[in-house]
Design a protein around this ligand. Structure first.
Ligand SMILES: [Zn+2]
Length: 212
């Protein structure tokens, strides 16, 4: 795969609100050539009618699915960071996640549940969901995705505690390999107050209606 890193915008140019529906020309061209080649290697004819635009679609889809590399979770959280004296647990449940495993580049998908206990600052609830997307739209392992979400919230809001639970199905397990169709992988990352049994079980109870 050819990716021209230098043609990417610098960190400072990246807006927190940038939604990549525009594509870098050089990256797209490089990906198209490589996907065309890959189709040939797999025994396909990339020039047949149904496949003519496939390399281009793949190039754009993959840029969309990895747009998290161009986004900044800290900027998103800071864009809606408000001073607020509450110390109740705030939970955002059932955030849909779609990511790709870095080992097979096949999707894994499921739900994330995120909670934090503020320590002077809160953020917009939609921003929590956006932070999940920032890290999900990269090549990932579920364990790292979980801790990256926790750490971004921890470092930006400096709350009393953060908890992240993700449950996901991995197509690389379902379509190939062990072919475990119904297995769901659950990962969790806790920090601060949530390291205490009591707080953690309150959180678990509150999200358990959606846990398997
Ligand atoms: Zn995999």
């Amino acid at each position: 795969m050819i990716i021209d890193r230098t043609s990417h915008p610098t960190k400072r140019q990246v807006m927190a609100y940038q939604k990549t529906e525009h594509y870098h020309e050089k990256v797209t061209e490089g990906l198209i050539a490589n996907y065309k080649n890959a189709l040939e290697l797999l025994g396909e004819d990339p020039d047949r009618e149904g496949l003519q635009k496939t390399p281009e679609r793949m190039a754009k889809a993959m840029q969309f699915l990895t747009q998290g590399y161009q986004q900044d979770a800290t900027a998103i959280l800071n864009s809606a960071k408000f001073r607020e004296d509450i110390s109740e647990m705030i939970i955002v449940k059932d955030i849909e996640i779609y990511s790709m495993c870095e080992h097979h580049m096949l999707p894994f998908y499921g739900k994330a549940h995120v909670a934090y206990i503020p320590n002077g600052y809160i953020t917009g609830l939609s921003k929590i969901a956006r932070v999940v997307d920032v890290f999900a739209r990269r090549l990932q392992v579920q364990e790292r995705l979980t801790t990256q979400i926790r750490d971004a919230i921890k470092e930006t809001l400096q709350p009393q505690g953060v908890a992240v639970v993700i449950e996901a199905s991995h197509l690389c397990m379902m379509m190939r390999g062990v072919q475990k169709q119904n297995s769901v992988t659950t990962t969790s990352a806790f920090w601060g107050e949530f390291e205490k049994m009591e707080t953690r079980s309150e959180f678990t109870k509150l999200i358990s209606s959606s846990l398997h």
